[in-house]
Design a binder for this molecule. Structure first.
Ligand code: GLA
Length: 439
């Protein structure tokens, strides 16, 4: 007979042996996944690059913040105000120049802008890269990652776009991982939480490993151009809206709270007039479709247009809170393409409250009639469901058959559908309630 004390000693031994076995089963070469706990929903805000290029300054940033508050963007969720390339003082290699803010463009420094943003419930982002120079030729962070991370944190920065400029295309993954791990570790050593964007053109299958290094979002493709569907790649490089969308198909599983596929910055409102970006612009319908798609696939949504001068239609597009909510849904699901009938495609995702977001996309040249069936397309046994149109802001009623509607050329119709509970006798609860109240 063994007593209680002996019994618990045996139990402790068994536990110890078991945990040793579990520990030795995980490969020692795999570094433990890191997470800064940030970006539980995709970052949403503004970035300077798509319209201004490197022609940025303090005045533009202040006016941008003020405009985002006045025009309702901040309250619709656009809180990041991100400086892209061009804030730095020097052009040329880091070995020849320190990394400093350009005192002519930003006379009061970056921390002044960070404070200005924070006081107004917003966040400030900054830009650098792992090379000697950045993509626009300014001094990069190579060899100075810890020092730069400290400097960004001391300025009160909330987001870093760390841009490899599509370099290292053929480099072994270990080399790429080292680049982003070095900056991620440097940022995580700071008290201040800083969201990390690894901008790397989607090479080296970055989606497979970036989250494990603590990266919060990574570009899945080359730069977007101001086009909805340009034949081929403009200048044999740029991706248009549909290129980015197609690039993301199959990558959905890599994204989730804290780590997102980045389809690049929004082109809504650029209208082919950007000082920086190539492209001839898109129609209002196409920009709206682009915005709806980015919300569905949970991409970061950083507006690239000059928000001080947004036309009313673009502003109405960007501040549709029901669409922004699909992007910011706490479940963090990414829409999958659930049906592909050539030019007609259906994307869907489940939301935190159990409802589903459904997007009907018509890529074709003519208006089309599209049908979706919750049973067939969502594989969700919904016999009876309600539909809300998120662009018309209207409840369309209750359905127990597939839903059919018209979708214009290049339009995306977006709906939120909710299952209506069915009682044990097969009658829907709402039927029963209606009959009850009719008595
Ligand atoms: C690269 C990036 C762009 C922008 C520029 C800045 O091209 O993909 O988004 O940051 O660099 O030079």
């Amino acid at each position: 007979m063994i007593n209680r004390k002996q019994q618990s000693a045996r139990f402790a031994w068994m536990l110890a042996i078991l945990s040793l076995a579990v520990a030795s089963a995980s490969p020692a070469s795999q570094p433990a996944p890191r997470s800064n706990g940030l970006a539980q929903t995709p970052p949403v805000g503004w970035s300077s690059w798509n319209n201004f290029g490197d022609d940025i300054n303090e005045q533009i940033v202040i006016e941008t913040i003020d405009a985002m508050i006045a025009n309702g963007m901040r309250d619709a969720g656009y809180v990041f105000v991100n400086l892209d390339d061009g804030w730095q003082r020097y052009k040329g290699a880091r070995r020849d120049h320190p990394l400093e803010v350009d005192p002519k463009k930003f006379p009061r420094g970056i921390s002044y802008l960070a404070d200005y943003a924070h006081q107004r419930g917003m966040k400030l982002g900054i830009y650098s890269g792992p090379g000697q120079t950045t993509c626009a030729g300014y001094t990069g962070s190579e060899g100075h990652e810890a020092e730069d991370a400290r400097m960004f944190a001391s300025w009160g920065v909330d987001h870093l776009k760390y841009d490899s400029c599509c370099s290292h295309r053929e480099a072994p993954k270990e080399e790429l991982q080292k680049i982003f791990r070095t900056m991620s570790n440097a940022l995580m050593a700071q008290k201040r939480g800083i969201v990390l964007h690894a901008c790397h053109c989607g090479w080296g299958d970055i989606w497979e490993w970036a989250a494990g290094l603590g990266v919060n979002h990574w570009r899945i493709g080359q730069d977007i151009s101001d086009d909805f569907n340009y034949p081929g790649n403009r200048e044999q490089y740029y991706f248009d809206v549909l290129d980015q969308l197609d690039r993301g198909v199959g990558l959905e599983k890599y994204a989730g709270p804290g780590h997102w596929n980045d389809y690049d910055m929004l082109i809504v409102g650029l209208d082919g007039k950007s000082k920086q970006l190539v492209g001839t612009g898109a129609s209002n319908t196409e920009y709206r479709t682009h915005f709806s798609l980015w919300a569905m696939v949970s991409s970061p949504m950083l507006v690239g247009a000059d928000v001080r001068k947004l036309d009313p239609y673009s502003l109405q597009t960007l501040t549709n809170k029901e669409i922004v909510a699909l992007n910011q849904d706490p479940a963090g699901n990414v829409a999958h393409k659930v049906r592909d009938d050539g030019d007609l495609e259906v994307f869907a995702k489940e939301l935190a409250d159990g409802s589903h977001a459904v997007l009907l996309l018509n890529r074709g040249a003519a208006t089309a009639t599209m049908t979706f069936s919750p049973r067939a397309d969502l594989q969700a046994p919904m016999d009876r469901y309600s539909i809300r149109d998120l662009w018309k802001h209207r409840d369309l009623g209750t359905y127990d058959i597939p839903f059919t509607t018209e979708v214009q050329s290049h339009e995306a119709r977006v709906f939120r559908i909710r299952q209506l509970a069915t009682s044990a006798n097969g009658r829907s609860v709402s039927d029963a309630a209606e009959q009850e109240s009719a008595r």
